[in-house]
Design a protein around this ligand. Sequence first.
Ligand code: MG
Length: 163
Amino acid sequence: MLISDAMNAKLNEQITHEFHSSHIYLAIACQFERQALKMLAGWFKLQAREELSHAYKFIDYVNAQQGVVHLKAIPEPPAEYASPADAIKAAVEHEKKITKCIHELMALAEKEHDFATREFLGWFVKEQVEEVESVTHLYEVANMAGKNLLQLEAYVAQLGRKD
Ligand code: MG
């Protein structure tokens, strides 16, 4: 094994965190589907898929370093939030938590002089900046839109066109 036991264990925890993120966002997407907010539902479904790809990146990395992947139980996400803004706020809080986890992993890599893992994690450090920014903007727009959820839908629709 080319990574330490401690690093292997931390990377396994992160795999669970990424699957957990996917679960949370998929559950949020389903709430939006129920409310006929199709653009928001699509945005969160896409996020959920992206989180799966993050989990796979960690899995592939652990395998490449001849570590042992332990797939653990994924915590159950809430099925219902009081409002769309509350659901988006939960996503903001979750992404901030994930950023902290990535930074802890990076700190361990630096402490262990594990340069390969540090390099691997660099992508996630940058990714988290984008994740927190985009979901925070969505939350701000949700607050501005208030009860006018069609405005929030229009905002998400134009995001798709911009990319
Ligand atoms: Mg992620």
